[in-house]
Design a protein around this ligand. Structure first.
Ligand code: MG
Length: 387
């Protein structure tokens, strides 16, 4: 039995993790979970499992639930997230939180010797050098849940990292892949939220559409696998069947393939190094695949990918800024305050006006995160006022 805790249990990754645990009750125990404001879904989880600790976002929900479930211990707020991520009997913490909010719970988990199944890529992007240091110091495993990084992680089984020539991250290109920039100028939130292959939360779906997601994943890959940016490639592969590849020194390419289903990398992160049967998984049917397509990424069409490479190469606090600016800009788009292409403009302007700090401490990163968000909001207000 492996004891699991989940941060962000009601989100896309969290709810799919719950399904996996529910299908494998002989292998996993659910220790502790956090949910945001989706209390109806929490009640559904509590009809299936009795976790030892549950964290909700606000005090109001905490009060209601405490009287509704007298046998379960509840907690709330950021301190509550730390309690979930450090729950004593937990072996692996699934971090399915969205955005920078996932950083401190990850750090607390690592410092308390917990292994991490990481879906919260923003944690690595914003503070990769600090996370890597702490993983080493506390001797824990961090296993990627992101499908591309899970693919690379799997292709590395039995291989030597020093034999890698390059990483090839695949990208679907998002739902506007076949449209020109002119055609996507005035797209609505609803249109931008339709992902062709993957079913995911709102923030990451928008990130896929701008391809900021692939940019974040380039930075994530750099930190997870210690590969220079020059040796990371991105290609558009619209079928999302090959989840990513490694080219080794002898030009051999290893690719990891399968149906696009996030449950697959989530489960692998929990069962690693073993693989287990799951009745919900569909095998790939080669009789039905007529072709697999690949094309290079046009940086003019997808400037977010270029900006991520540039921020990564600059290093230091630049990746923190790329991430925070993107988060804030996506929020503004989802709130219908800015047009779709302004997401890119806001990131660009914010990155441009930032003076990079070489080796930022955790406090500096948290400060830069706050400053960056304020900068984006002020920029938006200024632009709005002048129109
Ligand atoms: Mg991904």
């Amino acid at each position: 039995m492996k004891n699991i805790s989940i941060l962000g249990a009601s989100g896309s990754i969290g709810s799919q993790s719950i399904e996996i645990l529910n299908n494998n009750r002989d292998k996993f125990t659910l220790d502790a979970i956090s949910v945001g404001e989706n209390i109806d879904y929490l009640r559904k989880i509590l009809s299936l499992f009795t976790p030892k600790l549950v964290c909700v976002k606000n005090k109001n929900h905490f009060d209601i639930l405490k009287s509704e479930y007298p046998n379960i211990r509840f907690t709330y707020g950021l301190e509550g997230l730390f309690e979930i991520s450090t729950f004593p009997s937990t072996h692996t913490v699934i971090n399915g939180l969205v955005g920078n909010i996932g950083l401190m719970p990850t750090i607390h988990a690592i410092e308390n010797g917990k292994n991490i199944a990481l879906a919260n890529k923003e944690t690595i992007v914003t503070a990769g050098h600090i996370i890597n240091e702490k993983i080493k110091k506390h001797n824990v495993k961090l296993i990627p849940v992101d499908s591309e990084h899970s693919a690379i992680f799997q292709c590395l089984n039995g291989e030597n990292k020093k034999d890698i020539n390059k990483l090839i991250l695949t990208a679907s290109g998002g739902c506007f892949r076949d449209k020109t920039r002119e055609e996507i100028k005035n797209v609505t939130v609803e249109e931008a939220l339709k992902h062709p292959n993957w079913s995911m939360g709102a923030k990451i779906t928008i990130d896929s559409t701008t391809m900021a997601n692939k940019g974040l994943e380039v930075i994530e890959a750099h930190f997870l696998f210690d590969i220079p940016y020059e040796n990371i490639n991105v290609i558009i592969h619209k079928e999302s069947i090959i989840h990513s590849m490694i080219e080794f020194k002898d030009t051999t390419i290893m690719a990891q393939m399968g149906m696009p289903d996030m449950k697959n990398p989530i489960q692998y992160a929990l069962t690693y190094p073993d693989r287990i049967f799951n009745k919900d998984f569909s095998p790939l049917d080669f009789g039905k695949i007529t072709s697999l397509n690949f094309s290079p990424v046009d940086f003019n069409r997808y400037p977010c990918v270029k900006m991520a490479f540039d921020a990564g190469k600059l290093g230091g606090s630049a990746t923190t800024v790329f991430n925070s600016a993107n988060e804030e800009a996506v929020k503004l788009f989802l709130e219908r305050k800015i047009p779709f292409l302004s997401i890119e403009t806001l990131i660009y302007e914010t990155l441009n006006s930032h003076s990079v700090i070489k080796n930022p401490s955790l406090d500096e990163i948290l400060n830069i995160d706050r400053e960056t968000r304020n900068f984006v909001i002020n920029l938006y207000k200024t632009i709005k006022a002048t129109h």
